[in-house]
Design a protein around this ligand. Sequence first.
Ligand SMILES: Cc1ncc(COP(=O)(O)O)c(C=O)c1O
Length: 454
Amino acid sequence: MDLRKLSFPDAPIIKIEPPGPKSKEILDYQFFHEGAAVSYSRGLPMAIKRGRGVTIEDVDGNIYLDFFGGAGVLNVGHSHPAVIEAAADQIRELTHSLDIPNLPRKALVENLFSVLPEGIDKVFFGGPTGSDAVEAAVKLAKFNTQRTGLISFEGGYHGMTAGALSLTSGYPFKESLFSGLPDIHFIPYAYCYRCAFNKHPDSCGIECAQYLEHKLDDPHSGAGKPAAVIVEAVQGEGGTIVPPEGFLPKIREICTKYEVLLIIDEIQAGFCRTGKMFAFEHTQTVPDIMTMSKALGGVGFPISCIAYNRALDTWPPGKHIGTFRGNVIAYAAGNAALTFMKEQDLAGHAAALGNTMLSRLKNMEARSEIIGEVRGKGLMLGVELVEDKASKKPAPLLARDLRTYCHRRGLLIEIGGHYFNVARFLPPLVLTADLADKGLDIFEESVQQVEKSR
Ligand SMILES: Cc1ncc(COP(=O)(O)O)c(C=O)c1O
């Protein structure tokens, strides 16, 4: 398929500096009537009219290149025609089913089993969001082990419901009175640019992964034997952090040795994003339980799922329930999206185009004083901004300015990272080389502008 046909032609087109007057009116309405925690529309101020492929149009007629892709939801692009058709056909037949089976649900389960690793042979649909999948995974792990403790990683992001938020490391997301789940411990991730152990990846022996063994082995480490370790194979919100190859296998090995379950959270990195169907496949690591959501709903229909080996399927009927675990439109859309991903080899496309983009970004890094590090896998890319390369002092304000400059020129990016100083790209995987170049041209110009204006 010619992927160019999925997006608006000639994007980006900026007719009026965003937010234009129509956007402004809708934004003002939102800020007055909706809660103050509304977030994305503050960083990317506009009101959206429609989306196609890698492009979206705002209500003032501006067309943007969307390198944020709904925070990793829109892997097959906005309004993908085959997905929309599947959803539209389904909406006339049946839309809600609790967990009573139906053909779209069965078709999605079959399709999922064609891509899940060997040994993962049970799926369970949770409530609509990724956080719900995390809650279900944790509950299943606790039920099987009869233990309460959990180990998560610094920089880990697992969602906003109480259990998932407890496993999310970012303090700014937790209000001062938030107490969360008991017995949660955070250990350093392989964030080599800012190594917690002050080591270098070439010679460190992956000390951060080894530290898990210390945590589990030392009776005075502060952590009793936990139910599970939860980890992202590539950290997303933590700043697009790609660990060295040996990291995940080491975590797997230690979990097996200490009989602790390993939950891999694929909510953001899954479904071809990193150049494989699931990010853990880069190192042939198989989790005990995995979480999925975001791109599983095709073009943004809410759905979440966990998958695991049937030996863990010990919970009795009715142990985990919920009204919205039966969104039939999401099953139909997700099935069409997954079929498209497989047929078009979107994983291979993401790997190849991601490599090209990474090289160009690395060239920018070499020329810029404010780019501390560029990193990524497939089409999950991050650019960490610093005040200068020697001090590595995080530069969140420069990152904010960069997002604004990009937006005004027609490119949508978001910001994440420990210090909110990482420009993040999660474009739809139907991105073409031509649009990737146009987006990176805008990004490069904007970095130069930000650098000059310091
Ligand atoms: C890795 C990961 N896990 C869990 C979540 C939570 O998903 P949701 O926002 O749909 O609840 C996210 C969201 O960004 C995520 O990136």
